[in-house]
Each structure stands twice: as C-alpha cells, then as structure tokens.
Design a protein around this ligand. Structure first.
Ligand SMILES: NC(=O)c1ccc[n+]([C@@H]2O[C@H](COP(=O)([O-])OP(=O)(O)OC[C@H]3O[C@@H](n4cnc5c(N)ncnc54)[C@H](OP(=O)(O)O)[C@@H]3O)[C@@H](O)[C@H]2O)c1
Length: 242
C-alpha cells in the first residue's frame, strides 16, 4: 500500500479478519469504507475505529450492486487500498465459488478502471494457505482460494506497469466464526488481530504474497511436491466444514 493510504475499503469487515483489519488500519485522518451484510455488526466495528468510517451493506455476489457500491465509495474519495476479504467456508461448490471467487471479482473489477484513471492504488485479494493444495475435506473451498491466488498473481504482473499494486493474502488457521465449528485440529491457530498485523505489514511492504504463519506455509509448499497418495491420509485430518 502507499505509505499512508487515505482511503481504505474492506469487504467482509463485519467479522473476523476483516473487522480486525479495520481496527488495525483505522487512524485519525484516514477514511475507512466497510462492506458487509450484517449492518448491526458493521456499525459496531465502525464504532470501534478511529478516523472517518462509512459502512455499506451489500452482498458481494450481487455484481451490479457491488459495481454501484464501489463507484459510490470512490466518488466519496479515491480508494487507495481495497481489501477484497469477504468469504465463506461452508456450502456447496457453486455457493463457495459464487462468494469466494465471483465475490472477489465483483469487488476488484469495478475498482481497476477507477485506480487506472489515477495511476495508483493497491488491491489485496484474500486467498488462503488452503489455496495451494486441494484438501480432501474442502475441495471447493481450496479451489476457490487457488483461483483467487492465481488471478491475483496475474493481475499483479499486468497492473504493475500502470502503477497499481496487487497483493494476495494467504493466511493459515485464524480464530474467527469461519473456523469456530471446525471439528479437527487447527495447527498454529492465530488470533484475527495477529493476522491483521501480518497483513498490514505485508501490504506496507507491497508483498506479492502475504502467506503466514511460515511454519505452516513451508510444509504446505513442500507437500505440493510429494505424491498425493502419501499426503492425502495426512490431509484427510484437516480442512474446513464444506
Ligand atoms: N479464518 C481462517 O482461518 C481463514 C484462513 C484463510 C483465509 N480466510 C479467509 O478470510 C476471509 C475472512 O474470513 P473470516 O475468517 O474473517 O470469516 P468470518 O469471520 O466468517 O467473516 C466473513 C466476512 O465475510 C462476509 N461475507 C460472507 N459472505 C458474504 C456475502 N455474500 N456478501 C458480503 N459479505 C459476505 C461476512 O459478512 P456478514 O457476516 O455481514 O454477512 C463477514 O464480514 C474469507 O475470505 C476467508 O476465506 C480465513
């Protein structure tokens, strides 16, 4: 992100990582626009943030509504940093793709021409460490996060010459409502505040990939080089409630 983004837009800001990011990035003199669906929780998060905050209740799967909301946010003040974070872990494959992949596309695509017209801006796309390998317990969730990661990596290369930064965020297990019901061990579980700190630092350094915790990231990367027949028995113990 630019050293001091004046306007930060976060989707999925009513809960978990998005709410922690809002609190972490809020400061006097900075404008935050917080997207979510639950207006009560959105307002509570906004109330805990310093600086100017605005909330917008919009479903990320509604492309025309998202286009209008993103344009409205930019019209208030150009968005310097947009964090496309909203996501789910449960539901069938189509629902997961619709929220986790199309929802991110519906967030990012309307912002690109608006950032291009200024020749600056930073897009952060929420993927996951689950986006590096199809886990037996969460094939569609992993696929949605892999697609976001690969799309974001391509966008970074495409938009860099135009002055637009793109970062892909790949957290491990974070303690939020999304993981609250997980019936399996979650190694190196982190608080949303610790995750928000890692993400904010990665964005400040314009990292292409913000993947953490490292002690889970490296074994997962290594696991992609090992034959699936050997790793599936281990991975069957982990996943999300899909
Ligand atoms: N927790 C983890 O371990 C973990 C790890 C890696 C990546 N992630 C990713 O991080 C992101 C945030 O997850 P979280 O753990 O913070 O989960 P969370 O606490 O359940 O928060 C999810 C957020 O997404 C919003 N959202 C969900 N569906 C939406 C929709 N259709 N339209 C608009 N907003 C919608 C929710 O808004 P409302 O509640 O207002 O509807 C909420 O603000 C997700 O993309 C998730 O996949 C999480």
């Amino acid at each position: 992100m630019s050293r001091d983004p004046g306007h930060v837009l976060i989707t999925g800001a009513s809960s978990g990582i998005g709410a922690a990011l809002a609190r972490r990035l809020a400061r006097p003199g900075r404008r935050l626009t917080l997207f979510g669906r639950n207006t009560e929780r959105l307002r509570a998060v906004a109330g805990a943030c310093a600086g100017t905050t605005e909330t917008m209740a919009v479903d990320v799967t509604a492309a025309p509504a998202m286009q209008a909301a993103i344009e409205r946010a930019f019209a208030t003040a150009p968005v310097d940093l947009l964090i496309a974070n909203a996501g789910i872990s449960g539901g069938d494959a189509r629902t997961l793709m619709s929220v986790n992949l199309e929802g991110i596309i519906n967030t990012v695509e309307p912002a690109i021409p608006l950032m291009l017209s200024r020749g600056q801006g930073h897009l952060a796309l929420m993927s996951s460490l689950a986006g590096f390998r199809g886990l037996p317990n969460a094939p569609a969730y992993c696929a949605s996060k892999a697609a976001v990661r690969i799309w974001g990596e391509g966008l970074r290369g495409r938009l860099a010459p135009e002055g637009i930064r793109v970062s892909v965020v790949c957290p491990g297990f974070i303690e939020t409502p999304l993981t609250a019901e997980n019936p399996f061990p979650m190694p190196f579980l982190m608080s949303p505040e610790a995750a928000a700190e890692r993400i904010a630092r990665g964005l400040a350094r314009n990292r292409a990939r913000i993947a953490f915790p490292r002690r889970l990231y490296w074994p997962i990367l290594l696991g992609t080089l090992i034959p699936q027949a050997l790793t599936d028995p281990i991975y069957r113990r982990f996943g999300v409630k899909e």
